[in-house]
Design a binder for this molecule. Structure first.
Ligand code: GLN
Ligand code: ZN
Length: 758
């Protein structure tokens, strides 16, 4: 047991780390490019840590997370903490270079895999655990960051990814046992770490166990009990705070509460339903109440939150105020957003503002609402202005939506559609196509930057983009591709491009959020009812079609993906917002059809990302996701062919939903899974056409004709020639033009060979 420590009252679970102006991104990338040295990179990192701690302390937090900084990712940091990096990286002698080799690979070794962190758009590095993996404690990073904080006079609380979450999110390789079965091997390392942290003077430690809000563990309560009974029994340790986030703990809450830990963190925004009051064992714990939304950008209803906090005081020994999760998922600060109107601005809270909300609530809890009356009045006024803002309620949109939903909006039967599309399009068997984007060349980027700085005007920009479209059309004609695309040169991003043209969205000036490693995204904010003032893509599609006799696909992003990659309003169900976006996309498909476009692709690469963490919520999600997609694609006639594109390799739980989308043609990532998806989709009842990606566009490698043909033969065995399309795995925007040309030439040749055999 720890020596008696006093509970803290105000904290956050973690902070953004990329830098308020993406300083870490720049420093890391210039280190990778060999333009700066390690000393420079390390000093940028130390400055950023200090900046974060100073801000948190100044805001009034009395416990400050440390070790939430990362050069790349916290799961990779944890693999290193536990000495669990695969041996193939040992060849890299420098420590930091070894770390980056595991994250991104180098000329000799492949990187570790990367995947989405729970239901967020952050990607973590997936540790590999095999029979050869041995664990050994390597606490240098956490100890040195703790020391750095202590030297700066900061009440630092080391944060580490917990054993259950680490193991559950790792993957077994080389026939190794299921990672979670290795709990007994890693717990002693956590015990040793706790002792070291205590010796280093840490009063508290935060152990993150978000896996406990999912159904990923067979016996979450039992495992929580095992892990934290063991860690709690450590003699000479800091007080233990187990943090959960992204949902409710369910039966892991009483299980954790029965172990000898000192504090439990609960997410009361995304797990508002959890019955904290029903757990008597909390009576001698500190409850860390996540009442400030850490992953969305809306200002907190302080009054409502205070009410929750006050009630919680009955259930726990003491209550601390916190963000619901790390603010890693939101931008740093509202300060740079000078272009927002006052109303919009008053509705928002980014990372810095959230921390101030936490401190304000902690003070209100301590001294009463009167002590912070000004802040409460401001929050109430903002809330009232948001509720009554006319931009949140577009009667036209709501009426139209209701009437389309009420009248039913299905298309004809799949067979009827196929017949009229075949007659109209007259395509060969195994038609060839691409997924949409062509390489984003230096010239394209230059023109886009020039337009922003005013160096070139809109007319000049448009004419350069048209030239690019023409060259992509000519390239596809030369290659002999059957269904062409315009290449998407005019799109900065497949979501932002639409958000910029739709009412109800706005873009931030500096709202960058880490997506993975040094990659940041700037999600648009969906705040009001969505409407489409004018067509968004029709001119480009019509121009491309005017250049060729072959069909050109119209190219749109689907409603689920637009939602997934935006910050979304929290005052109505996601399904309602999805339907509004779907209506705008539906109008666009009709305009494309009227402009003579015969094939329209509506991409949904994020369908799987929004899948709820708990099994019982999944079918309700898939129902609205599928119906919003169908709403967006069912306004066209049977003779217009609808395609969709999905890009991830594990379809598992969404496979039935993919079939339900009922697109005429579905292209999917398949090259890395050897076409297995084709048989799986068919088994799930999918009877429409499918374009399994025949080569992996994530790699610069040019596939040869023989291997593409082999893949096609495998796919053909599962679906037959009438239903098979031939295309790459995904869009080509990250590739170089010569790679693309060579790969597509081989793809067209392979299609010809296999077509002749069929
Ligand atoms: N049409 C998009 C493109 O080709 C699809 C991108 C994606 O699937 N993420 O770039
Ligand atoms: Zn894709």
């Amino acid at each position: 047991m720890p020596r008696t420590v006093s509970p803290f009252t105000a904290t956050t679970l973690g902070s953004p780390r990329i830098g308020p102006n993406r300083e870490l991104k720049r420093a890391v990338e210039s280190y990778w490019a060999g333009r700066t040295d390690q000393a420079n990179l390390k000093s940028v990192a130390a400055d950023l840590r200090k900046l974060t701690w100073t801000e948190l302390t100044a805001a009034g937090l009395d416990s400050v997370p440390v070790n939430t900084f990362s050069y790349y990712d916290q799961m990779l940091d944890t693999a290193i903490l536990l000495g669990a990096l695969p041996v193939r990286y040992n060849a890299v002698s420098d420590e930091l270079d070894r770390y980056f080799a595991a994250a991104r690979g180098n000329a000799e070794v492949a990187p570790l895999e990367m995947t989405k962190w729970f239901d967020t758009n952050y990607h973590y590095i997936v540790p590999e655990l095999g029979p050869d993996t041995t664990f050994s404690l390597n606490p240098v990073k956490v100890l040195s960051e703790l020391k750095e904080a202590q030297d700066a006079g900061v009440p630092g609380r080391p944060v580490i990814v917990g054993p259950l979450t680490f193991l559950a999110l790792s993957k077994a390789v080389d026939g190794g046992s299921k990672p979670i079965e290795r709990l007994g091997e890693v717990l002693p390392l956590y015990v040793e770490l706790l002792r070291k942290l205590a010796d280093a003077g840490a009063a508290w430690v935060q152990i993150d166990e978000p896996i406990l809000v999912t159904d990923a563990l067979d016996d979450a309560a039992g495992l929580a009990d095992q892990a934290y009974t063991t860690l709690g029994a450590t003699t000479n340790r800091p007080a233990i705070f187990v943090a959960s986030y992204f949902g409710a703990l369910a039966d892991a809450l009483p299980a954790l509460a029965r172990t000898p830990i000192e504090a439990i963190g609960v997410d009361l925004v995304y797990g508002a339903e959890q019955a904290v009051g029903a757990v008597p064992e909390l009576a001698d714990k500190l409850l860390v109440a996540g009442v400030v939304d850490g992953r969305n950008i809306w200002r907190t209803d302080l009054q409502g939150a205070l009410k929750t906090l006050t009630a919680l005081r009955q259930s726990a020994k003491s209550v601390a105020v916190s963000t619901s999760c790390s603010t890693l998922h939101v931008p740093y600060s509202l300060t740079p957003e000078a272009a927002l109107d006052d109303a919009l601005r008053s509705w928002l809270a980014f990372g810095s503002e959230k921390v101030v909300e936490v401190a304000t609530l902690a003070r209100a809890l301590r001294e009463g609402r009167e002590a912070v009356a000004v802040a409460f009045d401001e929050a109430n006024a903002a809330l009232a202005s948001r509720i009554s803002d006319p931009r949140l309620h577009n009667a036209d949109v709501r009426t139209r939506l209701a009437s389309i939903l009420a009248s039913g909006h299905g298309r004809g039967s799949a067979d009827a559609r196929r017949e009229s599309q075949n007659a109209r399009l007259n395509l060969p068997a195994l038609p060839t196509t691409t997924i949409g984007s062509y390489p984003q060349t230096v010239e394209i980027r230059k023109a886009r930057a020039g337009l922003v700085t005013g160096e070139i005007d809109q007319a000049e920009y448009t004419s350069r983009m048209k030239a690019e479209v023409e060259s992509v059309i000519r390239l596809q004609e030369r290659l002999g591709i059957d269904v062409l695309v315009h290449g998407e040169p005019e799109r900065n991003d497949m979501v932002q491009y639409f958000a910029e043209q739709l009412e109800g969205f706005f873009a931030t000036a500096n709202g960058w959020v880490q997506s993975y490693g040094s990659r940041c995204v700037r999600p648009p904010i969906l705040y009001g009812d969505v409407a489409r003032p004018t067509p968004m893509t029709v001119d480009w599609a019509a121009y491309a079609q005017s250049l060729t006799d072959k069909p050109v696909k119209g190219m749109l992003t689907g409603p689920v993906t637009i939602l997934a990659w935006s910050f979304v309003r929290d005052d109505q169900p996601l399904a309602t917002s999805a339907n509004q976006v779907a209506l705008a996309i539906r109008d666009e498909t009709v305009d494309l059809q009227d402009a003579g476009i015969a094939i329209i692709q509506v991409d949904e690469p994020a369908l799987r990302e929004l899948l709820p963490l708990r099994r019982r919520d999944k079918s309700a999600y898939l129902d609205w996701a599928v119906s919003s997609f169908k709403l967006s694609t069912s306004g066209v006639s049977d003779s217009t062919q609808i395609h969709t594109h999905l890009c991830y390799s594990e379809f598992g739980e969404v496979i039935g939903a993919i079939a339900d989308l009922d697109a005429d043609v579905t292209s999917v990532e398949a090259a890395r899974s050897h076409m297995e998806i084709v048989g799986d989709l068919t088994a799930a009842g999918f009877a429409n056409s499918i374009g399994p990606g025949v080569y992996d566009i994530h790699s610069p490698r040019v596939p040869d004709t023989g291997e593409i043909a082999d893949g096609l033969r495998a796919a053909l065995a599962a679906v037959g020639p009438e239903r098979l399309w031939v295309n790459p795995d995904c869009g080509l925007k990250t590739r170089k033009t010569d790679e693309v040309e060579a790969a597509l030439r081989n793809m067209v040749e392979a299609a010809k060979q296999v077509r002749a055999e069929a």
